[in-house]
Design a protein around this ligand. Structure first.
Ligand code: M6R
Length: 370
């Protein structure tokens, strides 16, 4: 069943190009417009919502964080992301004009389910983004957008995460299309770029994966690893840290790169391993320069800087102990690529330590208690 791979996780990492392609499949009408009627929510209602709240736990919540950047940018609808268990018990302001998006691979996470129930009691419409047909969360939601990642067996989420991110993009682009936002042509350009992502992930798997694996094996005695990212790179950093905790039992933390000087930089001393997820240098904004100066800051204090950057970004090399390049894409879509080396790093490091990457200690695939 592992298809010749050493673990389910390894197989599922290799399934990712297909998971992304399948999640995009069948979502277009003959004219090439997005068609998400399976969501089963009245178009006029979707046009009138004035707030989106994404609720989820763990990795699914990081997919939600990526969604926020994309949906706010494309749709101009205020979007919040909250851990389901925090949302449920803080008396959140949600009503008929709120669209709640519950993201869950299993569809059985009790924390998320309780938040869904609470949101519906307040009158909100709930869409589930889910990987498991007929599971409880989609059944208790108003509509569902299925991710088509196929069964995910390994406890640590990989392909489900990428397909959740894709589903969130589709939802954002669909809302933009529906609400007649100005940039119709841009939607088409983004959809076209999304279609190129599976092949770009494939390139990471063939060209970069062996080097990341070798690097992970060399660093199996690491005691603490930090991950920095900015904008959509921030949830990617959080996800990289979570994977390393779950699989390799190494202390790991993800930070927003801009937060570094507000405290975490005190942690940096000689030899501290720091991953930095660098945004595209081709954008119009100054994000890239800011993150490059963060690399410099930690490097100057002796950090071992491991940089994930896009191909062609040679500027990072002068401050990097190690660089892993991923193919170029649009800034908002980059998590579909930059996450992959971090998954591989965690898996291969854990494997080198002799740990069971499919079934880490203390964890269950779906958390069905609150
Ligand atoms: O099935 P769900 O997507 O609702 O699960 C949510 C989290 O429990 C899950 O993502 C967890 O964080 C994974 N172990 C991450 O690898």
């Amino acid at each position: 069943e592992k298809g010749g791979f050493a673990s389910f996780m390894d197989k599922e990492i290799h399934d990712q190009p297909q998971a992304v392609a399948d999640t995009l499949l069948g979502r277009f009408d003959p004219a090439g417009n997005l068609q998400l009627s399976e969501m089963n929510i009245d178009e006029s209602l979707l046009k009138s919502i004035d707030k989106i709240v994404v609720i989820a736990c763990g990795t699914a919540a990081y997919a939600g964080q990526v969604a926020r950047y994309a949906i706010e940018h494309w749709c101009r609808i205020p979007t919040e992301v909250e851990l389901a268990h925090e949302f449920r018990y803080r008396d959140p302001v949600v009503n008929e004009k709120t669209l709640v998006v519950a993201v869950s691979q299993s569809g059985e996470t009790m924390d998320t389910l309780m938040a869904v129930r609470h949101a519906r009691e307040q009158g909100a419409k709930v869409i589930a983004i889910c990987n498991t047909y007929g599971s409880t969360i989609p059944r208790e939601s108003d509509g569902v957008l299925y991710t088509h990642a196929g069964p995910e067996i390994a406890v640590a989420s990989t392909k489900a995460f990428l397909s959740q991110v894709v589903a969130c993009y589709l939802l954002g682009l669909y809302l933009a299309q529906l609400r007649g936002n100005k940039f119709r042509d841009e939607i088409q350009v983004i959809l076209n770029e999304l279609q190129t992502i599976p092949e770009k992930i494939e390139r990471i798997l063939t060209e970069i994966k062996p080097r990341v694996g070798e690097f992970a094996r060399e660093h199996q005695d690491e005691q603490s690893v930090l991950f920095l990212g900015r904008h959509v790179g921030y949830p990617v950093a959080m996800e990289g840290a979570l994977k390393l905790k779950e699989l390799a039992y190494i202390h790991a933390e993800g930070f927003a790169a801009g937060e570094l000087k507000h405290g975490p930089i005190a942690l940096i001393d000689s030899g501290q391993m720091v991953f930095i997820v660098v945004p595209s240098s081709r954008g119009r904004d100054s994000l890239h320069a800011k993150v490059v100066s963060n690399i410099q800051e930690v490097r100057a204090r002796g950090a071992n800087t491991v940089v994930i950057a896009e191909e062609g970004d040679t500027e990072v090399e002068q401050y990097a102990s190690e660089v892993f390049y991923v193919p170029q894409t649009f800034t908002l879509l980059a998590p579909l690529l930059t996450t992959v080396p971090l998954q591989i790093f965690a898996m291969d490091l854990a494997t080198a330590k002799g740990l069971d990457v499919d079934q880490p200690r203390n964890l269950a695939k779906s958390v069905t208690v609150e």
